[in-house]
Design a protein around this ligand. Structure first.
Ligand SMILES: [Zn+2]
Length: 290
């Protein structure tokens, strides 16, 4: 095109995409990026590296860069400090505090509860393996719960860490059975933890609560009232579970879940299980968000 007064006119010359030139530029950019990575990773003299990159063939090791000299800071770690750090990273178990009050305003969302949760319908104090933000187990749990991670049974290391949480738990009365939450995103994960804890504690695993109407509507946002409303009436103690639970009337049970966030899911399930005759519901979640 050529600009003329009032607009443009065609020159009649065909336009050609200069593929060779653009490929050459792209290759040069990739080579530059690679040489930055090489500079970062080289174990040789960095000054010599830069000089050679600029075609200086007189380049020799400088004797002053970090690679030419030894670390200027102490690089040995005292055994006691290293083992204290390892023990701290391997620490398992955080408290999962039960909710004591229904959220204000939830009645206006069609959930007819208010004020304190009756003591007979509350969860007991629970445990989680770790917070998602923790060092140590938090890292493995962040991977486990990352959106792109497919559901899978927990690793042997993770289930044995869960067993350690159970062993350290100073509950008032030892639970008599294990139950699990129905999980749509992590059924294999929850099942593997429930099975491991049931085997380690020699407690029967009675199965899982049922999802009602497809379960929670999936929205996890909003304030407490909205979050409770989203899980209210979405779980049930089905006839099969009720039957296997009957011999455990008046006994405490352990309730396994994958990830506790607002804790309303566990609170609602705990209420159902208390109403089904258990004397206490001890929640155990793999991870705690917050
Ligand atoms: Zn150097």
């Amino acid at each position: 095109m050529r600009r003329v007064t009032g607009g443009w006119v065609s020159t009649g010359q065909p336009w050609v995409y200069d593929q060779v030139r653009y490929e050459r530029i792209a290759a040069a950019r990739l080579a530059e990026q690679q040489s930055m990575i090489d500079y970062e990773r080289t174990t040789g003299c960095r000054m010599e590296f830069l000089q050679r990159a600029l075609d200086d063939d007189t380049a020799v090791p400088c004797g002053r860069c970090d690679n030419c000299t030894a670390a200027w800071y102490p690089s040995d770690v005292a055994v006691a400090a290293a083992s204290a750090a390892a023990a701290s990273l391997d620490r398992v178990g955080v408290e999962l505090e039960p909710r004591a009050q229904w959220p204000t305003g939830v009645a206006s969302l069609g959930v007819d509860v208010r004020g304190n949760i009756p003591v007979g319908e509350r969860l007991a104090a629970g445990r989680a393996l770790a917070r998602l933000t923790d060092l140590g187990w938090g890292g493995a749990l962040r991977d486990t719960f990352a959106v792109q991670t497919a559901d899978a049974p927990a690793s042997a290391a993770m289930t044995s860490a869960c067993v350690r949480v159970l062993a350290d738990w100073n509950w008032d009365e030892r639970p008599a059975a294990v139950l699990s939450m129905p999980s749509r995103r992590h059924p294999l994960l929850v099942a593997s933890v429930a099975r491991a804890l049931s085997e380690a504690g020699r407690l029967p695993w009675l199965g899982s609560l049922d999802l009602v109407g497809g379960g929670p509507d999936g929205s996890s946002g909003g304030n407490s009232a909205y979050r409770l409303a989203a899980v209210w009436n979405r779980f049930a103690v089905g006839p099969e579970l009720a039957a296997s639970l009957a011999p455990f009337a008046g006994k405490p049970v352990l309730l396994i879940d994958d990830l506790a966030d607002s804790r309303w899911t566990l609170t609602v399930a705990g209420r159902l299980l208390r109403r089904a005759g258990t004397s206490a519901v001890l929640p155990f979640a793999l991870a705690l968000r917050s």
